[in-house]
Design a protein around this ligand. Sequence first.
Ligand code: NAD
Ligand code: ZN
Length: 365
Amino acid sequence: MISVPVAVAGGAYEVTVGEGLLAEAGARVRALAPAVRRVPVVTDRTVAALHLPHLLDGLAAAGLEGLPLLVPPGEAAKSFPELARLVDALLATGVSRSGLVLALGGGVVGDLAGFAAAIVKRGIPFVQIPTTLLAMVDSSVGGKTGINTAAGKNLVGAFHQPVAVWADPSLLATLPERERRAGYAEVVKYGLLGDSGFFGWLEAHGLAALAGDRAALGHAIATSVRAKAAIVARDPEERHDIRALLNLGHTFGHALEAECGYSDRLLHGEAVAIGMAQAFRFSAREGLCPPGDVARVEAHLAAAGLPVRLPLPAGRLLAHMLHDKKKTEAGLPFILVRGIGQAFVAHGVPLERVRAFLAADEGAA
Ligand SMILES: NC(=O)c1ccc[n+]([C@@H]2O[C@H](COP(=O)([O-])OP(=O)(O)OC[C@H]3O[C@@H](n4cnc5c(N)ncnc54)[C@H](O)[C@@H]3O)[C@@H](O)[C@H]2O)c1
Ligand SMILES: [Zn+2]
């Protein structure tokens, strides 16, 4: 078991990475909330069929009763109607502020259950039990929770830090390969944004981790969590230019996702892979980053089975970027790079240069 502390004001917590965490869930709940006997467990139907029985058994082993609350799988669950249903269901369990809610699932379950936990009785403690690679290395850590609205993704939500995160890599054995690869893009992101040594390690061992090598997978997840924890501790609510570094590849990526209608045509992690490659290509075009680093990034993403380009109309992508929630009065911030492991926030990048880059990128495909 690897334990990574996340130091945030008003409630430090630990991310535990290791196998067998579901079996230990009861003992761990008792340590966090000694008075609790009945524990709501939010999960989606797909994850419930695969992993819920093990979690319920783990709770029962410590004399606790898990109360499953099921949401539909997929992004559509992050909606006001599903939130309302979940909030009612949580209230019906009688859960109190001295209780605990468990969120078992990917980023969708974590974001929705975390937001429900944030607003029920003005805040119920909750534990993230991520079941996708993306959720283990990204969404379960850092306290961002929320839902989507007609105006866009993640526009309604709250910061509500979990009281613990239990990331068991063995749960990824059932995850479809495409989802695993997509989550891997966020792992690569940590190397690219601030840790060239980790990127070098991924070049050597990342494919083994992806293929399920337990030691490599555990190391990749723990290193990613450490990187995210360090950034979140320095800038918990994204008020400075620190947490924004986690958006490497995301301004370009969100535009691609929006253009694809947030459909199965392009998963989030796939969009991030292309977006990171674009951030490197754009940085090289601006004379900021050595072309050799661009080649390494593209080669590794491609070796991991991730896309590095998608030819879509430059004008439409730029229009999506201007609707991005991160648009500020000072203009669109872009996360650019001086090389592998050296990302920075660039304010006031002239949009004409971005447009020219996207047009050239479109043509180069
Ligand atoms: N809060 C944050 O900081 C943050 C960060 C990044 C992303 N997100 C959010 O995370 C969401 C995406 O998360 P995701 O990629 O985990 O998607 P997801 O939660 O939709 O899971 C992907 C699919 O895999 C299934 N699944 C989950 N675990 C499984 C397992 N172990 N075996 C088999 N199938 C499994 C799910 O049912 C779902 O169909 C987005 O809504 C995004 O906005 C949040
Ligand atoms: Zn992401």
